[in-house]
Ligand binder design. Structure first.
Ligand SMILES: *Cc1c(COP(=O)(O)O)cnc(C)c1O
Length: 370
């Protein structure tokens, strides 16, 4: 066996996305102790930078030391207790995972379904909350990566508040790619991932809790069943000026990389980053349509960072994706769940949302489809 030297791919799938050389360089800097005063100072900056990315002042804003799925689980295990009713809005793969999380916490999921490729219906949310006055949490996916749909997080959260419910929001794909205003929209528990529009290495999950979510967590009547994800324990590590206690060994180098990618976002400006995703989406869209490729989602709800399109009739899904990978070193995503074999998911996430990538993708697809 020899050292593993990966090829240089262009990553235009549902994540991980392309990573800038600057972030990769940060990752390879010398490892220092995770309780080293300099490392703790850097963690404080990561918190500040995450607050900027989430557009929040929430004190409880950290990166969970595990991928987006662990951020999801963090929200559910800390905020849902046995017997609690949770409204789960399901319009793709990740909404279904939320339901499974509720059940594993001993909660009772109340489900509303919307068609794959459509956003969460506000009317259904209101109706379900009207019919089930004992629901205490509303969970939904802001940007459904399985279908390329954006739901109206602000409006869902507003309805949830009218019924005294907290919100758990999956912002794994939305953070950094489309407007996400945690404070202005009054979202309560929001989780994301490092490897989508933040263009960092996979394995970290930014999470932010509002004061209301923290209060609910603190007033639990039962102990959180997961030791690792129990945020009342983790907090002793991520906060507490000068007197941090060991909880687990932080992924030191991954946090350097996250710091760097968040710094790049801050330097670009978050509004500019949103605009860049929108602009290159337009460019990609025009090119795809010129090739006769059709989008799954109505323009109004379309995610710029995840372009879900129908595979043209008579074209082999796997053959095209294999050829793109082998001949162009280009990765695009396959369809998930109901859309497996029927769709491609072309990501324009973070550092991957740029002119060269759009051009490469259009050229490669047009060659291969011929
Ligand atoms: C990718 C993704 C996740 C899971 O994140 P992992 O880092 O793969 O665990 C959850 N929700 C959505 C919407 C995603 O796109």
């Amino acid at each position: 066996m020899q050292s593993f030297i990966p090829p240089k791919r262009t990553l235009m799938g549902p994540g991980p996305s392309d990573i800038s050389p600057q972030v990769l360089q940060a990752l390879s800097r010398p490892t220092i102790g995770h309780l080293d005063p300099l490392f703790i100072k850097m963690m404080d900056e990561v918190k500040e930078l995450l607050k900027y990315a989430f557009q929040t002042k929430n004190d409880f804003t950290i990166a969970v030391s595990a991928p987006g799925s662990a951020g999801m689980e963090t929200c559910f295990v800390n905020l849902v207790e046995e017997g609690e009713k949770v409204l789960v809005c399901r319009n793709g793969v990740f909404g279904e995972r939320m339901r499974q999380n509720v059940e594993r916490c001993g909660g009772i999921p109340i489900i509303i379904d919307d068609k794959w490729g459509e956003p969460v219906s506000l009317d259904k949310v209101a109706q379900a909350l009207e019919e089930n006055p004992d629901i205490s949490v509303v969970a939904f996916v802001h940007a459904e990566t399985s279908t390329g749909v954006l739901s109206d997080a602000k409006a869902i959260a507003q309805i949830a508040r009218q019924y005294n419910c907290l919100t758990i929001v999956d912002a794994v794909t939305s953070l950094g790619g489309v407007p996400l205003l945690v404070d202005e929209w009054q979202l309560d528990a929001v989780y994301s991932g490092s490897q989508k529009c933040l263009s960092c290495t996979p394995g970290l999950s930014p999470v932010t809790f509002s004061d209301k979510a923290v209060a609910k967590m603190k007033s639990r009547s039962s102990v959180v069943q997961s030791w690792f994800l129990d945020q009342s324990l983790v907090l002793g590590y991520w906060s507490g000026e000068g007197k941090r206690s060991y909880h687990h060994t932080a992924p030191v180098n991954s946090l350097y990389a996250l710091h760097e990618s968040l710094l790049m976002l801050k330097h670009e400006g978050i509004e500019q980053a949103w605009q860049r995703h929108a602009d290159y989406h337009q460019e990609l869209k025009q090119g795809l349509e010129a090739l006769g490729i059709k989008f799954i989602v109505d323009e109004e709800y379309r995610l710029p960072q995840l372009n879900a399109v129908y595979i043209p009739v008579g074209i082999s899904d796997t053959q095209v994706r294999e050829q793109l990978l082998e001949e162009y070193n280009l990765e695009i995503g396959a369809g998930l769940g109901e859309l497996a074999g029927k769709a491609w998911r072309i990501g324009l996430m973070g550092y991957a949302a740029k002119k060269e990538n759009v051009a490469l993708c259009l050229k490669a697809l047009s060659d291969v489809l011929k």
